[in-house]
Design a protein around this ligand. Structure first.
Ligand code: NDP
Length: 448
């Protein structure tokens, strides 16, 4: 008789064979399959009707050429992607990433994660993800706009408020969403607000969407701390990255009484023993679009480091908010030795499997990205609700909804982990809770 371990290894081996070289995708699937072993042991019907194989295969993968003209009138060619992974719970929903490292495997890992994350929000959204290997760094305003227009010239025929609703991710913020929406509106000849989220406030955007992922990650962290009788008030926190997620995680953590001891970008990291001047950081990153090294020129007591790692700092809480696999097993060991007790992932899959193992072995309370950073997509779904009802909500009301959603996600992850005998393991809790809702919907809807 085949054991559960052999059965799951069979799913995984087949996936690796059929998706050769897509290492991030393999990694994301391996983690979920590992959590599902205890479900498949108890509820055999989740193995019926090819459910696991169907879940791991995107419903549709779109790859396209994106030709555009740079400021020297030279033609550049990038590659565009949209992976429409699963629409059992609602229209595909997930961000667009513009970064030179983007390839199909990265978009598939992000799309796969997105299925479970979106399910955890309790809102009617399926999972998808997209992007391009376009590098926005060093591009002029005109080049960014022409690239976004060229990208949307193909993407527009595949999206729609009931079909697929993209948003931002790395390299795609409010400015890029504006250019993308403009081109969609021109091609579709209609002002379809619900086709993209993360829009500007005076043309269909939602208050709190900009802050949502960072704030949500901090709300989730506070729930993990409450469960152990602690809080962020007085805590020392490290936040990696200095983009959208990092900035608002820093802002909310400090608002709740924590001191943020450092942040980073892809070239270095900044140590801030007295906490972060968030307004200065926003000005440097959001308005002037400069590097974090600029911060130490203007803030007192901060130092910039090109060597070592932000994970060399000593803190109670670590919030990785930059990119995948940025925190490895060695970083995790160092953090644990220096007393880290809480880690919540603002980024998608920032901790390697070895790092997660170290946290698990050392009883670090660990919030995986699909739960801890779900606040962004949840607020995007709230933006869709406002668009559908031609309404706009106040900041406080929207923030309250976000807070409620993050508390619910924590409760769901916590209770599911307990139900399966893995108390405090929020990886297992989130994977199983996210999976069951999607799986039940897929089973109810037949083999499609
Ligand atoms: P931004 O583009 O706003 O910021 C990204 C930050 O991460 C920058 O500081 C960037 O530094 C750094 N970074 C990017 N790539 C690398 C790399 N290869 N090595 C080191 N640092 C890197 O993106 P977001 O803040 O929106 O996204 C950050 C993470 O959060 C991603 O994993 C994203 O998928 C995830 N996420 C985002 C959501 C959102 O609502 N925006 C929602 C849920 C998850 P540099 O400027 O030097 O490149």
């Amino acid at each position: 008789m085949t054991t559960i371990d052999e059965e799951v290894a069979g799913y995984y081996d087949k996936l690796v064979r059929r998706n050769a070289g897509e290492v991030e995708f393999h990694q994301a699937v391996a983690e979920v399959l590992d959590s599902l072993k205890i479900v498949l042991e108890k509820d055999r019907h989740y193995a019926d009707y090819g459910l696991i194989e169907r879940l791991c295969e995107p419903e549709r993968q779109i790859m396209f050429r994106v030709p555009w003209m740079d400021d020297n009138n030279d033609i550049r060619v990038n590659r565009g992607f949209r992976v429409q992974f699963n629409s059992a719970l609602g229209p595909y929903k997930g961000g667009l990433r513009f970064h030179p490292s983007v390839n199909l495997g990265i978009i598939k890992f992000l799309g796969f994660e997105q299925i479970f994350k979106n399910s955890l929000t309790g809102l009617p959204i399926g999972g998808g993800k997209g992007g391009s290997d376009f590098d926005p760094k060093g591009k002029s305003e005109g080049e960014i706009m022409r690239f976004c227009q060229a990208f949307m010239t193909e993407l527009w025929r595949h999206i729609g408020q009931y079909r697929d609703v993209p948003a931002g991710d790395i390299g795609v913020g409010g400015r890029e969403i504006g250019y993308l929406f403009g081109q969609y509106r021109r091609l579709a000849n209609q002002h379809e607000s619900g086709v993209l989220t993360g829009k500007g406030l005076n043309w269909g955007g939602s208050l709190v969407r900009t802050e949502a992922t960072g704030y949500g990650c901090v709300y989730f962290t506070n729930e993990m701390m409450k469960a152990r009788g602690e809080s962020l008030d007085g805590a020392k926190v490290i936040v990696s990255g200095s983009g959208n997620v990092a900035i608002y995680a820093i802002e909310k953590a400090q608002e709740l009484g924590a001191t943020v001891l450092g942040f980073s970008d892809s070239t270095g990291w900044v140590e801030t023993p007295n906490g972060v001047d968030v307004e200065l950081l926003k000005d440097i990153k959001e308005v002037r679009r400069e590097r974090v090294s600029e911060y130490v020129e203007e803030a007192q007591g901060a130092t910039y480091h090109e060597n070592g790692s932000i994970w060399d700092l000593t803190a109670d809480v670590a919030l990785p908010c930059a990119t995948q696999n940025e925190l490895d097993g060695e970083h995790a060991k160092g953090l644990v030795e220096r007393g880290v007790r809480y880690v919540a992932e603002g980024a998608n899959m920032p901790s390697t499997p070895e790092a997660i193992e170290v946290f698990r072995d050392n009883k670090v309370s660990f919030g995986p990205g699909k739960a801890a950073n779900a606040g962004g997509v949840a607020t995007s779904a709230l933006e869709m609700q406002q668009n559908a009802s031609r309404d706009s909500w106040s900041f406080d009301y929207t923030d309250e909804r976000l807070h409620g959603i993050m508390s619910n996600i924590f409760t769901m992850a916590d209770e599911t982990a307990k139900e399966y005998g893995r108390e405090g393991d929020y990886v297992v809790g989130s994977n199983i809770a996210g999976f069951k809702k999607v799986a039940d919907a897929m089973l109810a809807q037949g083999v499609i």
